[in-house]
Design a protein. Structure first.
Lengths: 120, 343
């Protein structure tokens, strides 16, 4: 059973981790040599002079994947409390989840048919 | 407030950090030695006996390299990105039960930092934040290759997270708890077997997704060096690059520990409880058992990396969305039906 001490331990772990990361960053900043030139601070693109800004419009597919992820992840999160209490919920609980997953799969079939997951 | 207990936990946290950093450092050595073995080479053998000091030499080199922040980059985010990635890698170790508790003259010393009853949810939450580290790092570089690498990493990580979450749901149906300690203990004792026997398909899905989440080959498209230079960490140098690479090895160590705990009985081994060892010896044995399993899975990660070629991007997405997600949903339903109607 988790108690407040467990969450306090998490806070301690967070502080130790942050301490480690900050120390590393400060140390490497202080130790490393600093001989900066204009060419060195250019972006590295295989030695060819870089053209324009990197933040150009990119394929909409990545965005679509992100949207689909949000929807499906919410569904998965709904399944966690159900799975933990599975034995108490019994047969009715299972039937309800069957209905829920059926709806979910219909949506999944829809996005498949729409070609949302087709990569060219 | 129980200060003694908090002191215990702090000591444990520091030990776990030291161990995971040490294992991550020597994983780089192990990886190069295994790669060399598989390719009929020698691997690092100059620094110290058998090249054993190589990780230390690499670490020193990382620290003493010049720190370059490109002019075009977003300076604040450029520094924050690798920090977030490393932080999340270090935070995940909190919920893993590393062994049975010690007993020092009546004082119980537990080997788990936080036994949360939402342990697995905590794990998923922290792992998801890791994606931000890569995304921020790649975007802040203002480099086309880095941005593409970061995009690939982000969509790969979220795609495989779904199937991973679903394979865990099937496991929860059997174990009925989100606490990792209870899941581990549910695999020991009379009539209980390791979860890999109860959930072979779930295990396979989880293993594949763990590879994808760690950006390990054959899922290393975010940093595929032959097309994207170095992917999201192209622009990073000195210890900022070090944090990215190091955190990847820590992630590999932690996912091996999670796989061992979820599916291979964690610190339990069949028949070891019947030996009736004294408590402290039993604790040491349990730690050794867990680490043997972890080291095997780290080896397995490396073995796969040097055996399989990289996926193409559409193959990666098809595997994640069209095979693993439907398969894991079916796995959940079959497991549920089995428990409901036959038990």
């Amino acid at each position: 059973m988790s108690t407040s001490i467990d969450y306090l331990a998490l806070a301690v772990q967070f502080m130790v981790a942050a301490g480690f990361v900050v120390t590393t960053m400060v140390a490497t900043h202080l130790i490393g040599p600093k001989r900066k030139t204009a060419d060195k601070l250019e972006n590295f693109e295989c030695g060819i002079e870089s053209k324009g800004n990197a933040r150009i419009p990119f394929s909409i597919k990545y965005f679509l994947i992100a949207i689909l992820f949000v929807m499906f992840d919410v569904e998965v999160i709904f399944m966690y409390p159900w799975a933990v209490n599975f034995r108490e919920l019994g047969q009715i609980g299972f039937m309800e989840m069957l209905f829920f997953t059926g709806t979910l799969l219909l949506g999944f079939l829809y996005i498949l048919k729409k070609g949302a997951l087709k990569w060219h | 407030m129980d200060w003694a207990l908090l002191l215990d936990k702090t000591i444990l946290i520091v030990i776990i950090f030291a161990v995971s950093l040490g294992i991550a450092a020597y994983s780089t050595y192990g990886e190069r030695k295994i790669a060399a073995f598989l390719q009929d080479r020698l691997g690092p053998d100059r620094a110290g006996p058998f090249g054993l000091l190589q990780p230390i030499a690499d670490g020193v080199k990382m620290f003493t390299k010049e720190e370059i922040i490109p002019n075009a980059s977003d300076k604040f985010l450029f520094i924050v990105g690798p920090c977030i990635f490393m932080m999340t890698a270090l935070m995940t170790s909190a919920i893993i039960p590393w062994g049975k508790s010690f007993n020092f003259g009546g004082h119980e010393f537990g080997l788990q930092v936080a036994d949360l009853n939402v342990g697995l949810l905590y794990l998923f939450a922290v792992v998801s934040i890791g994606g931000y580290g890569i995304m921020i790092g790649g975007w802040a570089s203002n480099n086309k290759f880095a941005l593409l690498g970061a995009l690939r990493a982000a969509s790969q990580m979220i795609s495989y997270e779904l199937a991973m979450g679903m394979s865990i749901v099937a496991l929860l149906l059997i174990n009925n708890s989100l606490s990792l300690r209870e899941i581990v203990d549910g695999q020991a004792g009379d009539g209980n077997v390791w979860n890999v026997v109860r959930q072979p398909i779930g295990f396979l899905i989880f293993l594949i997704c763990a590879f994808a989440e760690c950006n390990r080959a054959p899922f290393d498209l975010p940093e595929s060096e032959s097309e994207l230079i170095g992917g999201y960490h192209t622009e990073f140098s000195s210890m900022k690059l070090g944090l990215f690479l190091f955190a990847e090895y820590i992630n590999m160590f932690i996912s091996s520990a999670i796989i061992a705990s979820l599916y291979f009985g964690g610190y339990h081994f069949p028949g070891i409880d019947s030996l009736d060892l004294p408590q402290n010896i039993a604790a040491i044995v349990s730690i050794a058992v867990l680490f043997a399993k972890i080291l095997f899975f780290i080896f397995f990660f490396m073995w796969v990396r040097w055996t399989l070629p990289r996926f193409r991007y559409d193959q990666l997405m098809n595997l994640g969305w069209k095979i693993l997600i439907p398969l894991s949903i079916v796995n959940v339903l079959v497991t549920g039906a089995w428990i409901t109607f036959f038990k």
